[in-house]
Design a protein around this ligand. Structure first.
Ligand code: AMP
Length: 150
C-alpha cells in the first residue's frame, strides 16, 4: 500500500469500526454453562465475551469448549450444564485492543481471532472488533483507491 493509503488506515480508529458493548451478546462469570450454551445457540455465535459483575472483561467462552466439557466417555453428561459455571472453563487469556487504537492495529490483532474485545485502560468492556468489520473497511479503502482498480 502507498504511504498515503497507510496514513489513511492509521487514521481510522477502532471506535469507528467496533460493535459497542450494548449490542454485544455476553455472559457473566458465574452463569451456569447451560445459560452460556443457550446464548451461543440462540445468537448463532461461536463464542462470546465473559464479563464480571462490574462489566470488566474476564474472558471468552465458546460452544466447542462447552461441548467438550460435557462430553463423557459414553454420553453427553448433560447434568454438568447446570453444575458448572462459565468461569471454570472459559478462556482467560484473551487478546484485547482499545478504542483509540487504529485499523492497522486491529488488522494485526484479528489475524488469529474471529473477533477481539475492546476494553478501556481499567479493563472495562467497550465492545468487540470483528474480522468482518476490518475486512469491510479494507474493501472500502481498496475500492476508493484508484491505484488498485486500474
Ligand atoms: P462476524 O465477523 O460478524 O461473523 O463475527 C465474528 C464473531 O464475533 C462471531 O462468531 C461472534 O463470536 C462474535 N460476534 C459478532 N457479533 C457479535 C455480537 N453482536 N455479540 C456477541 N458476539 C458477536
Amino acid at each position: 500500500m502507498s504511504m498515503t493509503q497507510d496514513r489513511q488506515l492509521v487514521d481510522i480508529a477502532v471506535a469507528e469500526l467496533m460493535i459497542s458493548s450494548e449490542k454485544v451478546a455476553h455472559v457473566q462469570l458465574n452463569n451456569p454453562l447451560e445459560h452460556a450454551l443457550l446464548v451461543l445457540v440462540k445468537s448463532g455465535y461461536s463464542a462470546v465475551p465473559v464479563l464480571d459483575a462490574t462489566y470488566k472483561l474476564a474472558g471468552i467462552i465458546g460452544k466447542t469448549v462447552i461441548l467438550n466439557q460435557i462430553l463423557g466417555l459414553e454420553r453427553f453428561e448433560i447434568e454438568k450444564l447446570s453444575e458448572m459455571r462459565v468461569q471454570e472453563i472459559m478462556q482467560h487469556d484473551v487478546t484485547t485492543i482499545s478504542k483509540e487504537n487504529n485499523l492497522l492495529d486491529g488488522l494485526n490483532a484479528i489475524i488469529d481471532n474471529n473477533f477481539i474485545c475492546v476494553v478501556d485502560e481499567e479493563g472495562y468492556f467497550d465492545g468487540i472488533l470483528t474480522r468482518r468489520a476490518i475486512l469491510k473497511q479494507l474493501k472500502k479503502e481498496i475500492y476508493s483507491s484508484k491505484q488498485y482498480l486500474k
